[in-house]
Design a protein around this ligand. Structure first.
Ligand code: SF4
Length: 271
């Protein structure tokens, strides 16, 4: 069965093969049996619905994705809605952060998951030791490994840090979304630094957009802890927050490693 996949937004992880589309059908189209419109963000829902109408004359259309159905409880299919090389080995998260749309009710572990060097699980460190071993064994055959789904700072242990150190890691991602997160983050980074990682491996998402002074101080704390901060401007479900030019420039500055290095070096030299 030939499936066209249609995405309202093109992101770095969106597939770009010949059956992936980002707008309405073209003049000359291959024959498709079905069209899947995949919507990841609530703010994309109106565009996704428009795409459904535009594709209806090509083949039967199914609208789905996290923003429509919530997170799936089914095993991950490689290359279908995310680029090849990305894998997901578990679904859900045992934590219960209020703002998060990840499926609640515990973690589902799949023994059989696609190989890949980019781990996109929501909370891979919440998995059992048995599942962790399967993931580590799979990753032993991979290069340039990235934990883009993020490592839960409360679950980084010396043992798991050692396991990670035995792999060809490119980047490990953590998150520090609130001021209370700085201290636990520092402990997690400490464990990872002791295992032999450096700032070149350790990146940290920092949610910003409310208080410029606090946000800047948190970004600097992340750097001082030993990781490279990566600012992410908060977006609500409707994506209707209008940020000023100052906020946009601030976000750009704090999401570019070369600029961040200069800022932080300048601060150190000025002391
Ligand atoms: S830890 Fe992350 S994935 Fe889990 S509920 Fe919180 S924000 Fe969501």
């Amino acid at each position: 069965m030939r499936i066209a996949r249609v995405f309202p937004t093109k992101l770095s992880m969106t597939p770009t093969d010949q059956d992936a589309y980002f707008s309405g059908p073209e003049m000359f189209m291959p024959k498709y049996d079905v069209v899947h419109v995949s919507c990841q963000f609530t703010w994309d829902i109106p565009k996704a619905k428009r795409l459904v109408r535009e594709w209806e004359h090509i083949a039967p259309v199914k609208l789905g994705g996290v923003a429509i159905d919530g997170e799936s409880d089914q095993p991950f299919q490689s290359g279908m809605y995310l680029k090849k090389g990305i894998t997901i080995t578990t679904r859900g998260c045992p934590n219960n952060c209020g703002f998060c749309m990840v499926r609640k009710g515990g973690l589902i572990e799949f023994d059989d998951f696609p190989q890949g060097n980019i781990i996109q699980d929501n909370n891979i460190l919440a998995c059992s030791d048995c599942h962790w071993r399967l993931v580590v064994d799979m990753l032993k055959k991979q290069k340039a490994i990235e934990f883009k789904g993020g490592l839960d700072k409360y679950r980084v242990t010396p043992q798991r840090a050692e396991d990670l150190r035995s792999l060809k890691i490119k980047t490990l991602w953590l998150a520090c979304d609130q001021p209370q997160g700085v201290e636990p983050l520092r402990k997690a980074i400490d464990i990872l630094l002791k295992a032999g990682f450096t700032r070149n491996h350790l990146y940290c998402y920092v949610l910003i957009g409310d208080d410029l002074a606090e946000n800047e101080s948190r970004l600097k704390e992340v750097w001082n802890a030993g990781a490279m901060p990566f600012a992410q401007l908060f977006r609500n479900k409707e994506d209707n927050i209008k940020y000023s030019k100052e906020w946009k420039q601030f976000t750009r500055k704090w999401s570019r490693p070369a600029i961040i290095r200069n800022i932080m070096k300048g601060l150190t030299n000025a002391k």
